[in-house]
Design a protein around this ligand. Structure first.
Ligand code: KG4
Ligand code: ZN
Length: 345
């Protein structure tokens, strides 16, 4: 019998989970920090670290308690060591190291992107190889996933990640943080065809993305329509203009979704791999899930998307990989340092 504790603190979620025998997720606790960062319209790294420090132990305790075990029952500790915010990662890694030392159990280092790619495994088995799209606040990466530890990066973003574009546009429109769910809510009453925002690189070969241009297009649209001189005026100028705001959100969301869907389908068609896994916070987006379903069906591609709680940052996915590395005997030691830029493939 094995109990793996997963710890995840790469960004603004503090998460702990206990996985039994590599299959049964006994608990998964996530502490969100939205109320802290909301008024700044984005994550403030220093504040994120401070909150991680405050809650990491209570959240771990809660996860262990909910799993109906004690710390002494743990077999190993898996922790996200990168990529992410360096200070935030440092809290999780230092905590995991201390616990591994105190309990005399192995420490396992897990890459956050790898965690997202395999999060689906908490719910179902996917045959390998598959095309993996990680679409989050920090990354928009397309991979050929051959197996655990074997990845080929075939596309990524030249500038902003898709989630980052959602967050930045939400900030510009004064919708608050996190931007993805806020844009999705606002877009619900808008017409996605009312304003045509650019779909960068959509005609270009290859699987790379670019999202910074859409944010600029949103700003230009409002500037031209209302003759404002500074972006900070936008939330005020859009007060009472709910219809316009909803059309902007809907047009923006449609443009991002169209690009993500078409590049992912191209990747599956060109590689001949007819299985696609989507993960990361943006994979919660209902339009993306719907369009991906529709378009993959047309191309006879099978698509897998985890439930929303496994799309956003969570420690279950870290514990799942932790178990795999535990079985392979791949361990870290107390010299483990976080790496803000670490990559896979
Ligand atoms: O994977 P994640 O929780 O953290 C990172 O690794 O970055 O992703 C967070 C990102 C944020 O940018 C957030 O705005 C976006 O995912 N997101 C969404 C939705 N829910 C979260 N984007 C679009 N639609 C959503 N419903
Ligand atoms: Zn993430």
């Amino acid at each position: 019998m094995s109990y793996i504790l997963g710890i995840e603190t790469s960004c603004d979620e503090t998460a702990a989970a206990v996985l039994k025998d590599g299959r049964h997720l006994l608990s998964g606790i996530v502490g969100y920090q939205w109320e802290i960062h909301n008024r700044y319209g984005g994550i403030v790294p220093e504040l994120a670290c401070r909150r991680h420090i405050e809650v990491i132990y209570p959240i771990t305790e809660e996860a262990v308690k909910k799993a109906d075990i004690t710390l002494n029952n743990l077999t190993a500790i898996a922790v996200t060591s990168g990529p992410g915010l360096i200070g935030a990662l440092l809290v999780g890694v230092s905590f995991a190291k201390s616990l591994s030392y105190a309990l005399k159990i192995p420490l396992i280092s897990v890459n956050h992107l790898e965690g997202h790619l395999w999060a689906i495994s908490l719910e179902k088995r996917v045959q390998r190889p598959f095309i993996g799209l990680v679409v989050s606040g920090g990354h928009t990466n397309l991979y050929i996933v051959e197996d655990i530890g074997r990845y080929q990066l075939i596309g990524s973003t030249f500038d902003d990640a898709a989630g980052e574009a959602f967050d930045k546009v939400a900030k510009v429109l004064g919708l608050g943080y996190p931007g993805g769910p806020a844009i999705e809510r606002c877009a619900a009453s808008g017409d996605p065809k009312a304003i045509a925002f650019p779909r960068a690189l959509s005609k270009k070969k290859g699987f790379d993305f670019s999202f910074s241009g859409i944010k600029t297009a949103v700003i230009s649209y409002v500037r031209d329509r209302y003759a404002i001189s500074h972006v900070d005026e936008i939330p005020d100028v859009l007060k009472g203009e709910e219809r316009v705001k909803a059309d902007i959100a809907a047009g923006f969301q449609q443009a991002v979704v169209d690009i993500l869907v078409s590049k992912t389908i191209n990747a599956a068609c060109e590689t001949g791999i007819n299985r696609v896994v989507i993960s990361g916070g943006v994979a919660c987006n209902r339009l993306l899930r719907k369009e991906m379903d529709l378009q993959t069906q047309k191309h006879k591609i099978k698509v897998y998307v985890p439930g929303p709680k496994y799309c956003t940052d969570n420690a279950g996915m870290i514990a799942w990989l932790g178990y795999k590395y535990y079985k392979k005997g791949i361990f870290a030691d107390l010299r483990l340092n976080p790496d803000a830029q670490s990559s896979i493939g």
